[in-house]
Design a protein around this ligand. Structure first.
Ligand SMILES: *Cc1c(COP(=O)(O)O)cnc(C)c1O
Length: 349
């Protein structure tokens, strides 16, 4: 740290992303990327012809991308916001709406980082002993609420009716539903947008659309909330989505059938793995996401992580007190998951 850093950032603890290993080839099950490549049309959209236009700025309004997304979700483009990954949108949302914020004690680590970054007072509400979000803990209407649904890293989903109750109980605060994993089996709140002016639904191309590297996030809300987010975006970086990614995003929405099929495969593989791991004595949550959250009485979370790593398989281990016996395992291809299951069996023996 230099002597020049402002006082308010000295205590800030940045988010720690999962490793992106170089060199040794790992089976990479640690950052919830899709194991499947983007569709052919998506790849075509970022071919060298598109690169020839990189001398020009991208469209800051992102209107073409907004329109295809709006069509796909049966909304107006005025209800759609897009930016550089959903992390960007979460950042803007905390900046714009977080006088005070509440979120679960075990959830996406970035919510706390954004609160610290922007000096937002926040409260972490404990999950129950089965790692579920207790909806009655979110009925106070005293703060912006951020809920990942399905939650990460537990994979557990809230019912849409529970979300609707939370929305109704908090008319004076934004309720942000982070649906990064919604395409793997949860119930989306998108169709509540017209009914609740305090609802902000955030999604991403990173997980279910095989575009983590393109950095495209999108969000749905009432027009006025969208305008507030635009104000923040235009006050930071109006060109936050680059030209190549805009093209890729449009093509990806148009390749919906392909990505739905990929999600279907991932769901099938997930259910297969849940069954196998439970038979091996693991406790496995009922994940509705593209990852598993597992622990075993036979081996500590950290030990399993280390031993898998030595066998060339990377998973994600968190040190948090309540979850340190668990590992989060991204669903890969069936071949990758068979290699993972074989490695787990060897380790347990
Ligand atoms: C991966 C993830 C994100 C970030 O997605 P990007 O669009 O790649 O920035 C947001 N929220 C949750 C819960 C995630 O797991």
């Amino acid at each position: 740290m230099s002597n020049f850093l402002k006082k308010r950032y000295k205590q800030l603890e940045a988010y720690v992303p999962g490793e992106q290993p170089k060199g040794m080839k790992y089976i990479k099950l640690n950052t919830n990327e899709s194991p499947y490549p983007p569709s052919e049309a998506t790849v075509q959209a970022v071919s060298s012809e598109a690169a020839l236009k990189l001398n020009l700025y991208p469209d800051p309004s992102c209107i073409d991308l907004k329109k295809v997304i709006a069509d796909r979700y049966c909304l107006s483009h005025e209800n759609v916001f897009v930016s550089n990954g959903s992390d960007d949108i979460l950042n803007f949302a905390f900046m714009a709406f977080g006088e005070k914020a509440v979120f679960p004690d075990i959830t996406y680590g970035f919510y706390e980082v954004f609160c610290q970054l922007h000096g937002i007072e926040y409260e972490k509400i404990p999950l129950d002993e089965n790692l579920n979000i207790v909806k009655n803990d979110y009925m106070k209407d005293n703060a912006m609420i951020a809920i990942a649904n399905p939650n990460a890293p537990t994979g557990l989903a809230l019912k849409k009716s529970d979300i609707e109750e939370i929305l109704r109980a908090n008319p004076n605060h934004v309720v942000l539903i982070d649906e990064a994993y919604i395409d793997f089996g949860g119930e989306s709140a998108v169709d509540l947008i017209g009914k609740y002016p305090n609802l902000l639904v955030v999604q991403t191309f990173s997980k279910s659309r095989s575009l983590a590297g393109a950095r495209i996030g999108f969000a749905f809300a009432n027009e006025e909330l969208i305008k507030d987010l635009e104000k923040i975006k235009y006050s930071t970086n109006p060109y936050s989505i680059n030209k190549m990614s805009l093209n890729a995003g449009i093509a990806a929405v148009q390749s919906d059938l392909y990505y739905r099929a990929c999600c279907g495969e991932i769901i099938k593989t997930r259910e297969f793995c849940i069954d196998k791991l439970r038979k091996l004595g693991f406790f496995v949550t009922d994940s509705k996401a593209n990852f598993l959250f597992v622990k075993s009485d036979a081996i500590s979370g950290e030990m399993l992580y280390e031993k898998l790593r030595k066998k060339g398989i990377l998973v994600r281990h968190f040190n948090g007190e309540r979850i340190k016996e668990y590992n989060r395992i991204t669903i890969g291809t069936p071949e990758e998951m068979n290699a993972f299951l074989t490695a787990v069996k060897e380790i347990l023996n």
